[in-house]
Design a protein around this ligand. Structure first.
Ligand code: FAD
Length: 502
């Protein structure tokens, strides 16, 4: 082993990011390195972050977590995507499903065939009838995708909705069992090497001191090391992402089905979320404080609750954007310390998964090569910008003009690359895929068509195909979806079956 090998890792912060960092590091390096995690119960955690993307499954699998145990301990439910209400216009609805609209034909995505048919067939049914996930959501049914060949039973994917504090506790137990030392205390001072500027130790208010070779900043919006010590700077995206406030307010589960999706409903100065868990319903209102007041935001949130409130509303503030650098010298950030776009589309835990993956991939020695840090920073910035543009799309495309907030969103300037995406789709029905690890083509198309953007021209290859053949194919797919979904169990029953509460 090199004499420059990292032997001591100090993670500051024990929210979702801190424990999602500690768990894989303990799994992979628990025997070679001493890993310490310091968290301050006095400061606490953000404590929200209940909805995820399908990639969470790969993160859990890589840790070797037992899926049924995880679902039981975190009160998780299955998530097929997000239902959007009132975004395009008041009364509109569309479903952004994980996965594809339907099986590809001739290597082209199903939505292109639907567009072709829409042009020629009178009363063409909605493209959503080609989405297995949408049909499952409407019928509140769930089974995991099945089969190897492209078919209606595997054209969808799924993530989870869970209690974020239970998930952090679950990973804490995992990490501690693999050797991570958990310390309760508040970091009040940071020591640096006088010449290199590397962080050498952090000091707690009670006088304890922890030395390290590598420090991970998981201190949330505070960014204690990245900003507090290194003044990394923050790129503020508020002009394109106006929401900067949120209130979270869980309630009891209402009577009625346990649906396998998150709902996002546009409101006059933002949107509300509804995330069904086994033991309660997560609710929140994300809004811009320049277009409404906190009191009015509470009134809106209370108005959408379907069960009895469990807590008073919890107020949160954030600045949409990213830290200019998230790896500086021997300090690397994970989670909210590196930035936050906003809660829409549940991308923040996914960013944590990616960031932790890159730390493992670019794991340094004690010199912490600046080139490694540059590459990490480049990838993270690219990823943040890609997701930023996808989220802006939801606001920019609205047809709503019933409030100042929506008028602002319709008219705001957007990044050139996003405008290119919108123009490209309008003109040619194509989407430029900029990063295979982000939201894929069908996701972009969901948001575009969900907001009523239908291209002027079709794919020329598909234009040459016989519409009779395509219509026949469409009906066959729709019928197989109906049959497949009818045979699936109810989502609540499936969750019960998994956790063994039959
Ligand atoms: P925090 O939870 O803030 O944790 C910070 C930790 O640092 C705490 O343990 C704290 O005690 C510690 N700390 C801070 N300072 C010190 C100090 N001086 N000494 C010692 N310890 C210290 N993400 C999703 O993926 N899906 C969602 O649905 C979603 N919804 C969200 C809704 C809202 C309104 C918000 C604001 C965020 C949402 N997120 C969501 C983001 C998600 O909550 C975060 O990505 C996730 O919780 C990670 O937070 P964190 O661990 O970085 O920060």
């Amino acid at each position: 082993m090199s004499d420059k090998a990292i032997r001591q890792i100090v993670i500051v912060g024990g929210g979702t990011a801190g424990w999602m960092t500690a768990a894989p590091l303990a799994q992979k390096l628990g025997k070679a390195c001493e890993i310490v995690l310091i968290e301050s119960p006095e400061i606490g955690t953000v404590g929200v972050g209940e909805a995820t993307l399908p990639t969470i499954r790969y993160y859990n699998q890589a840790l070797g977590l037992d899926a049924a145990d995880f679902i039981k301990k975190t009160q998780a439910t299955f998530k097929l995507g997000t239902e959007f209400r009132d975004w395009g216009h008041v009364g509109s609805r569309f479903f952004h499903a994980f996965g594809n609209f339907g099986p590809m034909i001739e290597s082209r995505p199903a939505y292109m065939y639907w567009l072709r048919l829409k042009r020629d067939v009178k009363d063409m049914p909605s493209y959503e009838e080609w989405s297995t996930a949408d049909a499952m959501s409407r019928a509140h049914r769930f089974v995991p995708p099945y089969g190897d060949q492209p078919s209606v039973t595997n054209s969808y994917s799924y993530g989870f909705q869970f209690d974020a504090s239970l998930y952090a506790a679950y990973l804490r137990d995992y990490a501690v069992a693999r050797g991570v030392t958990r310390i309760e205390g508040m970091v009040v001072d940071v020591e640096q090497h006088p010449e290199t500027g590397f962080v050498t130790a952090v000091k707690l208010r009670d006088g304890r001191r922890f030395e390290g070779d590598l420090f991970v900043d998981c201190t949330g919006f505070r960014a204690l090391l990245l900003e507090g010590v290194y003044k990394a700077g923050y790129e503020d995206w508020s002009a394109m992402l106006p929401c900067n406030s949120a209130q979270a307010m869980p309630c009891t589960n209402p009577d009625g089905p346990l649906v396998p999706y998150t709902r996002s409903t546009a409101q006059s100065a933002g949107w509300t979320w509804r995330i069904p868990l086994q033991h309660r319903m997560g609710n929140g209102h994300v809004y811009c404080d320049g277009f409404t007041t906190d009191a009015e935001a509470t009134r809106v949130l209370e108005g959408v609750l379907e069960g009895a409130a469990i807590d008073a509303p919890r107020q949160l503030r954030f600045t949409p954007g990213r830290r200019r650098k998230s790896w500086i010298k021997n300090c690397v950030g994970v989670g909210l310390s590196t930035g936050f776009i906003e809660p829409l589309e549940s991308t923040s835990i996914n960013m944590i998964e990616m960031t932790v993956g890159w730390i493992v991939q670019f794991f340094p020695d004690r010199d912490c090569s600046p080139a490694l840090a540059d590459e990490f920073n480049r990838l993270l910035s690219q990823r943040y910008e890609y997701i930023r543009d996808f989220i802006i799309l939801h606001y920019k495309l609205t047809n709503r003009d019933d409030s100042e907030f929506w008028r602002y969103c319709r008219n705001m300037a957007v990044p050139d690359i996003l405008q290119h995406q919108i123009d490209l789709f309008r003109d040619s029905s194509r989407v430029a895929i900029l990063d295979q690890q982000g939201f894929l083509e069908d996701s972009w198309v969901s948001i575009l068509m969900g907001h009523g953007i239908f291209p002027e021209k079709n794919d020329p290859f598909i234009d040459l195909m016989d519409p009779g053949y395509l219509l026949d194919h469409f009906h066959k797919v729709r019928d197989s979806i109906r049959r497949a979904v009818d045979a699936m169990p109810d989502h609540a029953a499936f969750v019960k079956h998994v956790v063994g509460d039959d």
